[in-house]
Design a protein around this ligand. Structure first.
Ligand SMILES: Nc1ncnc2c1ncn2[C@@H]1O[C@H](COP(=O)(O)OP(=O)(O)OP(=O)(O)O)[C@@H](O)[C@H]1O
Length: 320
């Protein structure tokens, strides 16, 4: 069982009562343990339905879903609730209780699990420190910024020591800078705790900033999936391309040029010189934990710019 995927969907179909069209159709998908997987799709693609299935709030109409090797539907009510607690949920609108302090919001799941007060408070303080809020334990949600509220939400999701952290549009309500901080925090926590992170989003930027793998849904069907880098660099499905194009910068390229999205190691003079050697220029760039996400304008038939930058760096390294 230890080698089973974090999520194993086998021909999962979900049709809501009184509906004729399934919200998810014949979904077969495996999410590797220890991955940071983005599940992306446009409105109505079936993302929320997927979240409800993973968190056990809904059951598949047909097919099976195993979460860390366990089919929730095969369990009794009490066993299922115990398993559900092993999935931490992070919500778009944080879902904090307004009348409780940050600390009391984080202790809540531990309280429900019957953990004694002193122990749960110590644990909650530890978690608040991990999300950078050691000094905010006594504040109420109204006294926190959006990003801080989401950090409390993340600390609460970690309280029951989950194997899987499921973030549902966790950064959609935040400005770009705050979002970047939250995504970096989620990625760090995933690495430190060796858990599986599933990020449900409609924004390709989120996948680019934080994910190792991606699955693209459209109209309830899986249309493309794989390692994030491969899918982002060479999207195969028109829906994936459309999601990528949503972030295409509004610049006009010259005749004989095209726009391309690349991930660069940095924006150093060496990188820029290597790009210039191809006739490529950076028209938009965004720095994040895994490098620089950049849009280039480059000659129509220029070779692969990322390979060229890597080769130039290797040559410079060899000459040192
Ligand atoms: N409780 C429900 N009862 C009936 N139909 C539903 C229910 N929830 C969702 N649907 C339908 O299932 C389909 C998928 O919806 P879902 O909410 O999963 O998509 P989504 O990708 O999360 O969309 P959004 O990004 O807009 O929230 C839609 O056609 C929707 O109308």
């Amino acid at each position: 069982m230890s080698h089973s995927p974090a999520l194993d969907f086998q021909h999962v179909t979900k049709t809501y009562p009184a509906q004729t069209t399934p919200a998810l159709r014949d979904l077969t998908l495996s999410v590797p343990r220890g991955s940071r997987t983005g599940i992306i799709g446009r409105s109505g693609a079936g993302k929320s339905t997927l979240v409800r299935l993973i968190s056990g709030l809904e059951a598949p109409t047909s097919g099976t879903l195993r979460v860390n090797g366990v089919d929730l539907q095969a369990l009794s009510g009490a066993e299922r609730r115990a398993r559900q607690a092993r999935t931490g949920l992070v919500f778009q609108h944080f879902n904090l209780l307004a009348g409780r302090t940050a600390l009391a919001n984080v202790t809540l799941p531990l309280e429900l699990a019957g953990v004694p007060r002193a122990k749960r408070e110590a644990r909650a303080r530890e978690l608040l420190a991990q999300v950078g809020l050691a000094d905010h334990a006594g504040r109420y949600p109204a006294q926190l910024s959006g990003g801080q509220r989401q950090r409390v939400g993340i600390a609460r999701a970690l309280a029951s020591d989950p194997e899987l952290l499921l973030a549902d549009e966790a950064t959609s309500a935040l400005d770009p800078e705050t979002s970047a901080g939250i995504l970096a925090l989620l990625a760090d926590l995933q690495r430190e705790r060796d858990l599986t992170l599933v990020i449900v989003t409609h924004q390709m930027d989120v996948v680019r900033a934080a994910c190792t793998h991606v699955a693209v849904l459209d109209h309830g069907e899986l249309v493309e999936h794989g390692e994030a880098r491969a899918v982002l660099n060479a999207p195969q499905h028109p829906v994936t391309r459309a999601l990528l194009d949503a972030h295409r910068p509004a610049v006009t390229v010259e005749a004989g040029e095209r726009l391309a999205h690349v991930t660069l190691p940095d924006l150093s003079a060496r990188t820029l010189t290597a790009l210039a050697g191809l006739g490529a220029r950076v028209v938009a760039a965004d720095t994040h934990a895994q490098g620089v996400s950049a849009w280039l304008a480059l000659p129509e038939h220029a070779p692969d710019p990322t390979a060229h930058v890597a080769r130039t760096a290797a040559l410079a390294g060899g000459a040192r």
